[in-house]
Ligand binder design. Structure first.
Ligand code: HEC
Ligand code: HEC
Ligand code: HEC
Ligand code: HEC
Ligand code: HEC
Ligand code: HEC
Ligand code: HEC
Ligand code: HEC
Ligand code: HEC
Ligand code: HEC
Length: 307
């Protein structure tokens, strides 16, 4: 690092010459824009990393004056930094060691990306928690195939700060996220959403229907808790019970049902397989052994989800 810094400072001697080749223009606040050729003179390594990125390719054919600024489009005008490279206040830096306020860092990105997915960024949980764009994105590298994530995949990027959810996806029953077929951003919109917690859809069920369309209905016989929310019975991230259920199949139904004419509450352990009085309601799939269409049914036989 020391050697690199020395090399950079060494190159700095040549920098004023470069600056002359590309005349300094004053920024909005009177600060001088020095042009990316000057940055490159000292930051050879960083520039070579940046060159392979989506931004470098897009900025090569600039559509706006901001895109023309290349490095300075994000890092801001470099005049002060050129005069005193070791003064951290001279340039907008993004790494976690940076002393630039997170808001200033994010504003640099939002100057071009305020629309689209970021429409709900302001006031979102991540924004309120001072998470920076660059906590998830690294525009100086090409780690991921899309969206310039910090890590090789979206989910890995999230794991860094959400280890609990990572652990949940290791439970016995889970959707294939660690297996690479589902990703955090299939269900969550990390940039902000009007639906808590950062959900990508109008409701929890709406999120689930995108992949489990058969559960959408409409059904002739609806099961009220299914319409209310899938999370009444399923945990979206993982469960040690079968089928992502929040509890065992038999107990699950009993959390809400206790009929007199068709007792749904099991009396004792003797009702289980191998007990003295095994009860079919406790065997195999439990209640859903008979109430098969538990998510809703269209069968004329009636509202009991048997067929
Ligand atoms: C004269 C050489 C020189 C030029 C030209 C130069 N830099 Fe630097 N830059 C440095 C040195 C040296 C450091 C390391 C400072 C330190 O470690 O304290 C640095 C550090 C940085 C940092 C990290 C700051 C931090 O606090 O971690 C950023 C970001 C940066 N430069 C961007 C740029 C950009 C963008 C340009 C062009 C507008 C540019 N530099 C032009 C020499 C230069
Ligand atoms: C699209 C915005 C963007 C552009 C354009 C951009 N950078 Fe960066 N740069 C960043 C972000 C974000 C980081 C922080 C990356 C990280 O967290 O590791 C960074 C980090 C750096 C650092 C500090 C590296 C470190 O380890 O602290 C330097 C130096 C730097 N950039 C130089 C440049 C130069 C030179 C260019 C032009 C060739 C450039 N950047 C173009 C956004 C940008
Ligand atoms: C000067 C405008 C500008 C600035 C500033 C800027 N970007 Fe971009 N960004 C673009 C353009 C242009 C594209 C290319 C895609 C497009 O055409 O929309 C892009 C693409 C992206 C993409 C999508 C990459 C992909 O693989 O599809 C991400 C992620 C991104 N930018 C993040 C950032 C972050 C984070 C910052 C701040 C550190 C930032 N951008 C700053 C203009 C900008
Ligand atoms: C908590 C993590 C996280 C943070 C913080 C974050 N992003 Fe993203 N971003 C993602 C993920 C995941 C994707 C890819 C999924 C997608 O396409 O929506 C993405 C995609 C993008 C894209 C390309 C796709 C699109 O929506 O246009 C851009 C541009 C972008 N982010 C900009 C930003 C900016 C600007 C900020 C800061 C204001 C930011 N991001 C903050 C996670 C994050
Ligand atoms: C830099 C750390 C960081 C990264 C990376 C990160 N998050 Fe977060 N996330 C947070 C913080 C901090 C909060 C706020 C926690 C709180 O308020 O309790 C949060 C909140 C959330 C919430 C809302 C939780 C709630 O209870 O409302 C969701 C959902 C979430 N993050 C999803 C994601 C996803 C998906 C990704 C990856 C694309 C991601 N996060 C990446 C730090 C991070
Ligand atoms: C299949 C959809 C889905 C996937 C994939 C998913 N989530 Fe969630 N997540 C949800 C739903 C739905 C909730 C709300 C749970 C509730 O209301 O009980 C939630 C809640 C959360 C919360 C709030 C706290 C909590 O646990 O209830 C965080 C944080 C979170 N998710 C992060 C993540 C991260 C990080 C990933 C990727 C590792 C991820 N989620 C993947 C659907 C999903
Ligand atoms: C991005 C697509 C996607 C979304 C969104 C999604 N799922 Fe899944 N889900 C899957 C895949 C893929 C499987 C595995 C199917 C298989 O193994 O055949 C699965 C399996 C399941 C299973 C069966 C698990 C098991 O152990 O057999 C349940 C229950 C489930 N999902 C519930 C939900 C709920 C509830 C939601 C909404 C919070 C949801 N899913 C959202 C893709 C998705
Ligand atoms: C009243 C409780 C309950 C609710 C609410 C519920 N489920 Fe289920 N779900 C179950 C039970 C019980 C099973 C296991 C059925 C079995 O063993 O065949 C199951 C199984 C599943 C399966 C895997 C087997 C299959 O049928 O494909 C998926 C996927 C699934 N549910 C998705 C959803 C979605 C999406 C929602 C919200 C629209 C939802 N569930 C709401 C109880 C429920
Ligand atoms: C979160 C609470 C809840 C859970 C858990 C639940 N149910 Fe229900 N169930 C209801 C409600 C509410 C109704 C509608 C009752 C009504 O219309 O009188 C209902 C209706 C039914 C009906 C139709 C009854 C009728 O007379 O129309 C059957 C059968 C049924 N549930 C079976 C089950 C089974 C089997 C399970 C377990 C897989 C289960 N339920 C889990 C709340 C729940
Ligand atoms: C062996 C098949 C079978 C199993 C297992 C079963 N049921 Fe039923 N269930 C039925 C039949 C048949 C009816 C219609 C009974 C009637 O009309 O008198 C019924 C009716 C119901 C009703 C609506 C009538 C009422 O009593 O209000 C509910 C609710 C119900 N069952 C819940 C459950 C629950 C909860 C379980 C698991 C503990 C369960 N069932 C297990 C066959 C079964």
């Amino acid at each position: 690092m020391l050697a690199l810094t020395c090399a950079l400072l060494g190159a700095g001697v040549a920098a004023p010459g470069l600056a002359a080749a590309e005349p300094a223009t004053p920024g909005d606040d009177g600060e001088a824009w020095i042009g990316d050729a000057v940055c490159r003179g000292c930051h050879v390594v960083e520039a070579s990393h940046w060159d392979g990125t989506v931004h470098a390719r897009a900025f090569a054919h600039p559509r706006t004056p901001a895109e023309q600024r290349a490095c300075e489009a994000c890092h801001g005008p470099g005049g002060k930094h050129l005069a005193s490279p070791t003064d951290p206040a001279g340039i907008l830096a993004f790494t976690s060691g940076s002393n630039a306020p997170v808001e200033a860092q994010n504003d640099a990105c939002l100057s071009c990306h305020a629309g689209g997915g970021r429409i709900h960024w302001t006031g979102s949980r991540h924004e309120m928690a001072d998470v920076a764009c660059s906590d998830c994105h690294n525009p100086m590298a090409s780690e991921s195939r899309t969206s310039m994530m910090r890590e090789s995949t979206v989910s890995r990027t999230c794991f860094g700060c959400h280890p609990e959810q990572r652990a949940q996806f290791r439970k016995r029953s889970h959707m294939p996220l660690l297996e690479g077929k589902v990703s955090c951003e299939d269900c969550h919109q990390p940039h902000g959403s009007p639906v808590d917690p950062l959900l990508r859809g109008d409701s929890t069920n709406d999120v689930c229907y995108t992949c489990h369309a058969d559960k959408r209905g409409p059904f002739l016989w609806e099961h009220a808790p299914v319409r209310d929310s899938c999370t009444n019975c399923h945990h979206p991230h993982g469960s040690n019970h079968v089928r992502l259920l929040v509890t065992t199949p038999t107990l699950l139904c009993q959390t809400c049902h206790s009929q007199l004419d068709h007792p749904s509450d099991l009396i004792s352990g003797g009702n289980l397989t191998g007990g003295v009085a095994p009860d079919e309601r406790a065997l195999n799939r439990g209640c859903v052994g008979c109430h098969v269409q538990i998510h809703g049914s269209n069968h004329p036989s009636g509202p009991l989800f048997h067929r």
